[in-house]
Write a protein that binds this ligand. Structure first.
Ligand code: PRP
Ligand code: MN
Ligand code: MG
Length: 194
């Protein structure tokens, strides 16, 4: 049987639905964009959404509408162990590369806004480098009482207050290699506990 079967409660968003939504988001982003865009992937969880979103924008760029030249950038931010935010958001990025965002239009690409701590911290860090504009696209926005109120500019789906994995979202680094977005089971939480 496929791995992870026992470790998942349910499929929340099947891969095909994710892909359809990303096509729509790409269209919105292109329509809103004026000139080149620095698309910045928040590793690791954001990598799959970033890859598929960039692909969709590339396809739109070959069409008849206006096209948006892209710069691709990557930063790494981490705060989770098990299903809990440690509250300590570690941003690892190269200052020299960050200086390049000065005066540029920035699109940050993230997998999920949960408490919102990661994004608030990241935004304040990026603003120090004086970009012209900053927008955030998050595939998921969790409805949780722990939210600090941060709402991204573009959202793929609102998700309930359970721990979701797959499509590059992890639980202690597991489940990133899953096409669908799923809810982890208690069995899975125990099996892969840190
Ligand atoms: C996860 C997720 C977001 C953040 C959301 O990253 O990918 O970046 O947490 O949580 P928050 O809104 O409560 O801050 P994680 O720290 O697990 O690192 P990863 O992307 O490498 O998995
Ligand atoms: Mn992350
Ligand atoms: Mg994680």
């Amino acid at each position: 049987p496929p791995h992870y079967t026992e470790d998942l409660e349910s499929i929340l968003i099947p891969h095909g639905i994710i892909m359809d939504r990303i096509e729509r988001l790409a269209k919105l982003i292109v329509d809103d964009s004026d000139g080149p865009l620095v698309v910045c992937c928040v590793l690791k969880g954001g990598h799959q959404f970033f890859a598929d979103l960039v692909n969709c924008i590339k396809k739109l760029n070959t069409g008849l509408g206006h096209s948006v030249p892209l710069h691709l950038d990557f930063i790494k931010v981490k705060s989770y162990t098990n299903d809990q935010s440690t509250g300590e958001v570690r941003v690892s990025l190269s200052e020299t590369e960050l200086k390049d965002i000065k005066g540029k239009n920035l699109l940050i690409v993230e997998d999920i806004i949960d408490t919102g701590r990661t994004m608030v911290k990241l935004l304040s860090k990026l603003r120090e480098f004086d970009p012209k504009s900053v927008r955030v696209a998050s595939l998921l926005l969790k409805k949780t009482p722990l939210s600090n109120g941060y709402i991204p500019d573009y959202v793929g789906f609102a998700v309930p207050d359970s721990f979701v994995v797959g499509y590059a979202l992890d639980y202690n680094e597991y489940f990133r290699d899953l096409d669908h977005i799923c809810v982890i089971s208690d069995h899975g939480k125990k099996a892969y506990a840190a």
